[in-house]
Design a protein around this ligand. Structure first.
Ligand code: XMP
Length: 515
């Protein structure tokens, strides 16, 4: 399979390069610079290399470099920002340190027509690009020439067209560089000669073949939560190995309204997938009694989930493989220059803790995909829109949308409010515009008046965010009428809530969930 190898030097936006390449129908993989040599030795059919950005200074002693092999392979290279600088430095040019960092919009003028800008910006024309750099190339290696400049970057784009080597100081992968996707297309299709026929249908066939080869005639068990990732994994495995797949749906008692029935009827009855439905409500709620600390809640739920799943796996006669919906962003080894472990904000619960304890091999067919590619694959597999387009729902469920103690009564109140909120969002045609929306039940009671009586009930907070990956998020700007109508319905229809607020915190500094 034709691929573009992207060598990462620690930039925050390297994943976007991989996205832009894949959007053009070419498979791409990211490797950190310090393991790139191994990847180059092992991978086949690398059609071109992209050297990505990074936070270091090429002018510093011991700063990161691309393996020299990159320049011995006789394939096209595109250096972006740090990648451009290290390419120039490694090929005999020079990079100048500068204290003035250049951020944001810059007017790029093409000085000489070339294959990278062909059909995108004509010679003499100018377009806006996005810059983010401190250092800059000060002397070109032999064979290179300047092909574009900006007021602050005399070497904004350089090339040695005889070798198909290109370097840009700006970031073509970010949306602010509006011509960026076309430049990347020119590089991978016209310059590198990729055919651009990598598609989800293609991916699906390959994934099915490799699952069959890995699993043979053994049994695979899969925790199916009804979320997009686990649903797509289940559909894919079912298509690959049919009855050798056994799914388990664990009802923690902290699911949303109607969720368990929806998942079970869709996958068991509609798609005919072997699915055991375990109602572990009593077990989970018993263990969580009196627990209000968010981290403790998460840990208890994670551990209990493993126990239940383990018992269930034994019941179905054991399995050699465990299927997981691990995605590409979880797999990419991040390059850290700061050293030291990163801070744990929240202990995420998913089935990630299972394999070590259960002694099973993993089947992770989504390891190479981004979230929206998983959705495309779901569509390709015929998964209904109801599941493909679902908002993410965290493993610990409503437990982390309920600061304070978890009780059956409070769960019921939250479920009702959440149901009304989502119903209103769907009715307003907003569901697909929002990354995630949910209600939160606060452990706070306030005084109100209903009819002629005093009420003293809980506060409900509504949350809705836009995001592309869940890492950063902004609150969704609902119309006031929408919020007013939803609040009125919740207060009128849900006993136990007499006040509704809307959360307008972005992430950071907030997180999406409240706990
Ligand atoms: P936070 O709250 O960290 O959430 O901003 C980011 C995204 O992750 C989801 N989330 C989880 N998903 N297990 C999951 O599978 C978890 O423990 C968990 N905690 C948060 C959250 O819903 C949001 O989409």
């Amino acid at each position: 399979m034709q691929k573009i190898l992207i060598i990462d030097f620690g930039s925050q936006v390297t994943q976007l390069i991989a996205r832009r390449v894949r959007e053009n129908g070419v498979y791409s993989e990211i490797v950190p610079f310090n393991t790139a040599q191994k990847a180059l030795d092992e991978m086949t059919d690398i059609k071109a290399i992209i050297l990505a950005g990074g936070p270091q200074s090429v002018a510093d002693k011991d700063s990161a470099r691309a393996p020299q092999k990159v320049f011995e392979m006789d394939i096209p290279i595109l250096g972006i920002c740090y990648g451009q600088q290290t390419m120039c430095a490694q090929l005999g040019g020079a990079v100048e340190k500068s204290d003035e960092r250049e951020f944001g919009r810059a007017d790029l003028t093409v000085k000489k027509s070339n294959r990278l800008f062909d059909g995108v910006i004509n010679e003499g024309d100018t377009q806006v690009v996005w810059m983010s750099h401190g250092d800059r190339v000060s002397k070109l290696p032999a064979g290179f020439e300047v092909i574009a400049t900006s007021p602050n970057a005399p070497y904004a784009a350089v090339a040695d067209e005889s070798r198909n080597y290109y370097g840009v100081q700006f970031h073509p992968e970010v949306v602010h560089t509006s011509c960026g996707a076309q430049l990347i297309r020119n590089f991978i299709i016209d310059i590198a000669g990729c055919t651009g026929d990598w598609s989800m249908a293609h991916f699906k066939t390959e994934a099915i073949n490799s699952i069959r080869a890995q699993v043979g005639d053994k049994k695979v068990i899969c925790g199916l939560s009804g979320g997009v990732d686990s649903s797509v994994v289940a559909m894919l495995l079912h298509e690959a190995i049919g009855d050798q797949l056994q799914c388990v749906f664990v009802d923690t008692g902290m699911m949303r309204h109607g969720e368990a029935d929806e998942v079970v009827s869709m996958f068991r009855d509609n798609y005919n997938i072997a699915l055991s439905h375990v109602d572990a409500t009593d077990l989970f709620l018993g263990k969580l009694e009196g627990i209000s600390d968010p981290e403790q809640k998460r840990k208890i739920i994670g551990a209990t989930f493993i126990d239940v799943f383990d018992a269930e796996a034994k019941k179905v006669g054991g399995a050699d493989f465990l299927a997981q919906g691990t995605l590409y962003p979880d797999v990419i080894e991040s390059v850290s220059f700061t050293g030291g472990p990163s801070v744990t904000i929240k202990s995420h619960h998913n089935v990630g803790g299972l394999p070590a304890r259960m002694n099973m091999q993993l089947v992770e067919p989504l390891r190479e995909l981004f979230k929206d590619e998983v959705r495309d694959l779901g569509r390709e597999l015929g998964l209904s829109h109801q599941f493909v387009g679902r908002h993410p729902f965290p493993g610990p469920g409503l437990a982390i949308r309920m600061p304070g103690d978890i009780t059956r009564d409070r769960l019921e109140i939250l479920r009702k409010a959440d149901r009304i909120y989502l119903e209103e969002i769907r009715n307003a045609g907003l569901y697909d515009k929002i990354w995630q929306a949910f209600a939160v039940l606060l452990p706070v009671r306030t005084v109100g008046v209903m009819g002629d009586s005093r009420t003293y009930d809980f506060v409900c907070a509504l949350r809705a965010v836009t995001s592309t990956d869940g890492m950063t998020a902004d609150y969704y700007p609902f119309e006031h009428d929408f919020l007013g109508k939803t609040a009125t319905r919740i207060i009128n229809e849900v006993n136990g809530i007499n006040r509704v607020t809307y959360d307008i915190t972005s992430k950071p500094p907030g997180t999406i969930e409240w706990e």
